[in-house]
Structure formats: structure tokens, C-alpha cells
Unconditional design. Structure first.
Length: 247
């Protein structure tokens, strides 16, 4: 057996062991009924309780920390972490960049997924009679109109608009997932040449969505949402062609 093959087997064995320890740590959290922010046993206690080596435990904890299951506060201890999709953002961003070299366009595919998700979510808001009463959405729409008059709708305002659309659903995973898609999209835009985009057009597409939502009109909301995502695709196509000097 070659040295390379021996090292390969050793790495696979270590990876398998680390995954096993990860599962055991997660099971311990569940069995003890620990909630987000609750303190966890110390590293010494976990080594003893799980009957694992310190190295295996540390590798497992590092992996769990990367996906938000465990939070390590140096000098304070370990805690059950909050949900985070940062690992998903990194992975999607990396593979989307790879896809460009292989003749695919995973950024466009990501936009497709986001559109399906948002159209379904806005239907839920309307169907449940939750389309009225959010003054924050009214305020962010006014802010977007003001920014458009000044010549630029900021990404922060755009993002907040979409978050507030679905706030009445009181689903914490919605904003986490949409935020992850947004982070990937914004990161990958830096890989594209900028393309001209009229601020007034951006604001109007959002206002069409806003007014359809306030009216509880599913058909108008679907039409407005489709137009909004067509605008995103046009921008992506233009950026890939290197059109336009600005945003």
C-alpha cells in the first residue's frame, strides 16, 4: 500500500470519527432539552461523558460552530448556538463562482429559486389576511420612493422591503433563508460588470408589489413579482455583457 493511500485512509477514518462525535454532541443537546443560548458542558466534561479524545471533540466542535449549532465564547465557555446559514452562503457563493468556469450560471438558478419562494410567500400573506397593518412596510416604501427621487435605491432599503413583506408570517426561517440568498447574490454581483439601472424603475417595481399586497390582490401580486424578477434577470444579463457604466 502506498503512503498516499495510507494517508487517505487515515483522513477518511478521522473524518468519520469527527462526524460521529458531532452527532453525539447534537444528541446530547437534544436529550438535555437545551435551548439556544443555554450553556453546554465544558470540554473536559464532554470528553469524559462521550468517552472521546480531546482532539476528536475539538474537531467536532469546530465543525458544529461553523454551522451555528455550537457557540464557543473564549473565556466564558460553550453555548447552544443560534441558527446561522453562513456556511450555506459560503458554499453557494463558491459553487456559483465555479459554475461560471464550467459554462453554467448558478446565480441565475438561485434567482429562480428565490422567485418561486417569494411568490409562494406573498400568496400566504394574502391568503391569511395579513396584508395590512404593518406600518414598517409603509415607511420603507416611502424611503425607497425618496431614494429613487435622489437617484439611487440602496441595497439596504431593497433588502428591508423584502424582509418586511413576509414579516406577518412570523416565520424566522423565512428571513434567514431569503437573507442567505440575498447575501450570495450581492457577493456575486461584484464578479459582474456593473449595469445601468434607473432608480425610478426599481422603486416602481417594488411599489407595484406593495400596492398589490395592500389590496390583497393575488393576481396583481404575482404579476408584479414576476416583473420584479424579470428586472433582476435583465440586470444580470446586461452585467454579463458588460453593459452600462453604473448601477
Amino acid at each position: 500500500m502506498t503512503a498516499a493511500r495510507t494517508r487517505g485512509r487515515a483522513l477518511r477514518g478521522r473524518s468519520s470519527r469527527t462526524e460521529e462525535v458531532q452527532q453525539r454532541v447534537k444528541q446530547l443537546i437534544l436529550e438535555r432539552g437545551l435551548a439556544v443560548g443555554d450553556p453546554m458542558p465544558t470540554e473536559f466534561e464532554l470528553v469524559d461523558e462521550l468517552d472521546v479524545s480531546r482532539n476528536s471533540l475539538r474537531e467536532a466542535l469546530k465543525a458544529l460552530q461553523a454551522v451555528g449549532i455550537v457557540e464557543i465564547r473564549h473565556g466564558f465557555g460553550m453555548y447552544v448556538g443560534t441558527m446561522s446559514l453562513s456556511a450555506l452562503v459560503d458554499e453557494l457563493t463558491f459553487h456559483a463562482r465555479m459554475s461560471k468556469r464550467q459554462g453554467r450560471d448558478d446565480l441565475a438558478h438561485l434567482v429562480d429559486v428565490r422567485e418561486v419562494l417569494e411568490r409562494g410567500l406573498i400568496d400566504q400573506v394574502i391568503d391569511r389576511g395579513l396584508a395590512n397593518g404593518d406600518t414598517e412596510l409603509d415607511e420603507i416604501m416611502r424611503r425607497m420612493d425618496a431614494e429613487a427621487e435622489a437617484g439611487l435605491v440602496t441595497p439596504e432599503t431593497d433588502r428591508m422591503f423584502h424582509e418586511l413583506l413576509y414579516k406577518p408570517l412570523a416565520n424566522p426561517i423565512v428571513n434567514q433563508l431569503l437573507g442567505a440568498f440575498w447575501d450570495v447574490y450581492r457577493t456575486l454581483q461584484h464578479d459582474l460588470a456593473p449595469v445601468e439601472q434607473e432608480a425610478a424603475d426599481v422603486a416602481q417595481r417594488h411599489r407595484d408589489i406593495y400596492e398589490a399586497l395592500r389590496a390583497g390582490d393575488r393576481e396583481a401580486a404575482a404579476t408584479a413579482m414576476a416583473a420584479h424578477f424579470r428586472g433582476i434577470r435583465v440586470r444580470l444579463d446586461g452585467a454579463r455583457d458588460g453593459a452600462g457604466p453604473g448601477i
